[in-house]
Design a protein around this ligand. Structure first.
Ligand code: PGA
Length: 259
């Protein structure tokens, strides 16, 4: 049984005050949720990490960053390292988000270095993969996914890959209001899991959690989470409000944790 994981990617939104308010509100909403049932992660901007960490300390919510640099320290102006993120209270880190690939020249090679750095320092990477609209229309979805998974994870042992969460995020569904159909999501998730069987082994592939991301909202979370290979969600816009994010968690939980 894979434990569901739902993460909120706050992107470049919220200054410290509103970030604390949102984290506090979510903590109040989730206090009854069993930590054994689901992993809930908040990924604020760097400047809010410590404050949000303080709010969610001793709760069932974990902290994640939105990016990481692969060196531990040095003359790399503007970058933040894995030990620094650990120090700020992070457990997770998003790596290779399509916005980073698109606007900040992130490649499978930099993604690979970042994953290795995160794992080395005990951070759990949420590795984003997914095709653009042009790639989907050119029937290149599976080639892109193969490239992202194969090259992004190159050189990692099975034990290391077991600690990774993969987020399938079709770029055309991010922030656009367009969601992949649950069948499209399941098809891509199954394909990714089969790649893990091919590159590693069946047992490992069966244990790796694969989240769906792209315009996830309370109205569509149940259908998406009901797919057998969908283990959670990476939520952007709808994670910025207490009502919508807590509704997503509650509905997602209902689908996956049938008690
Ligand atoms: P969205 O973003 O939910 O606003 O589409 C998802 C993401 O980019 O992680």
């Amino acid at each position: 049984m894979r434990k569901p994981i739902i993460a909120g990617n706050w992107k470049m939104y919220k200054t410290i005050g509103p970030a604390i308010e949102l984290a506090n509100g979510l903590k109040r909403e989730f206090y009854k949720i069993e930590p054994a049932d689901i992993d809930i992660v908040l990924c604020p901007v760097y400047t809010c990490l410590s404050e949000v960490a303080e709010v969610i300390a001793n709760s069932n919510i974990a902290l994640g960053a939105q990016d990481v640099y692969w060196q531990d320290e040095g003359a790399f102006t503007g970058e933040v390292s894995a030990p620094m993120l650990k120090d700020a209270g992070c457990t997770y880190v998003i790596i290779g988000h399509s916005e980073r690939r698109q606007f900040f020249a992130e490649t499978n090679d930099t993604v690979n270095k970042k994953i290795k750095a995160a794992l080395k320092h005990g951070l759990l990477p949420i590795v984003c993969v997914g095709e653009s609209l042009a790639e989907r229309e050119a029937n290149k979805t599976f080639d892109v996914l193969t490239g992202h998974v194969q090259n992004g994870l190159v050189g990692l042992t099975a034990e290391e890959v077991a600690r990774i969460v993969i987020a399938y995020e079709p770029v055309w569904a991010i922030g656009t209001g367009k969601t992949a159909t649950s069948a499209q999501a399941q098809e891509a998730h199954k394909y990714i899991r089969d790649l893990l069987v091919k590159f590693y082994n069946k047992e490992l592939a069966a244990g790796v959690r694969i989240q769906y991301g792209g315009s996830v909202k309370p109205e569509n979370i149940e259908e998406i989470m009901a797919q057998p290979d969908v283990d959670g969600a990476l939520v952007g816009g709808a994670s910025l409000k207490i009502e919508s994010f807590s509704e997503i968690i509650k509905r997602g939980l209902k689908v996956k944790v049938k008690k």
